[in-house]
Design a protein around this ligand. Structure first.
Ligand code: ATP
Length: 212
């Protein structure tokens, strides 16, 4: 599986529809300081579901990420980013040779996600990439300063990096969910036992009454 295309329109400095085609070789994007190279990385994180304005280098809100206009161009009202993955090896367990993930944001704050053109929830996008190493916080995207962060992270944080890489995070999440459900079931059993206890006290007097 590999990322084969990035399509950006209206996101940050990308006023025009921009398509970056990637192949199996190394692709470099070059340009002077401030020309928008890091915006490409932000776009990838954003489409994968990043919710933190700060980590995408925005000031206040998500609408900071919609093209805000320039000397010669009016602002836009919508931003969209689409990633297309080659899945011909079926690394992601879906019956498609190509998987596209798209996020769209309107100035009124409305936010949409699509997988292969079908409207989905953020949760679906997150689950699609869980344990593939492609998640928004996984280490397939290494930004400026991230290497330092890996080395200076706490043992616990580093453990979760290794777990994601080893592909067990999905099972850990499911285990936690199952344990939560078990706890809830235990509570319910306790409540039922209380009710049974109460009802049992009433059985004997009722039996006597019914005999009378
Ligand atoms: P550096 O070399 O310093 O890392 P860079 O080439 O990675 O820079 P970025 O930091 O990605 O550049 O680009 C920032 C540019 O994006 C700035 O020029 C900024 O004005 C522009 N920009 C960010 N958000 C918007 C927006 N909403 N509308 C228009 N332009 C934007």
């Amino acid at each position: 599986m590999y990322l084969k295309e990035i399509e950006i329109l209206g996101f940050k400095s990308f006023a025009d529809k921009t398509v970056i085609t990637l192949d199996n070789d190394v692709t470099c994007v070059v340009g002077p300081n401030g020309s928008g190279k890091s915006n490409v990385v932000d776009a990838i994180r954003w489409v994968l579901g990043e919710q933190s304005v700060k980590s995408l280098r925005g000031d206040n809100s998500m609408s900071d990420f919609i093209f805000s206009g320039s000397k010669n161009r009016n602002p836009l009202n919508v931003a969209s980013v689409m990633l297309t993955f080659d899945n011909s090896d079926h690394y992601v367990n879906m019956p498609y040779n190509e998987i596209s993930v798209k996020r769209r944001l309107y100035r009124n704050g409305e936010n949409e996600y699509f997988i292969n053109g079908e409207k989905v929830r953020l949760k679906d996008v997150t689950e699609l990439f869980l344990d593939t190493g492609i998640g928004k916080s996984s280490f397939s995207i290494i930004g400026q300063g991230d290497i330092g962060k890996i080395f200076s992270s706490s043992n616990l944080e580093r453990r979760s990096i290794l777990e994601e890489a080893a592909g067990i995070l999905k099972y850990k999440t499911r285990r936690e969910e199952a344990l939560r459900k078990l706890d809830k079931t235990d509570d319910n059993i306790e409540r039922i036992n209380d009710i049974i206890g109460e009802l049992e006290q009433r059985v004997e007097p009722l039996r006597i009454q019914s005999e009378k």
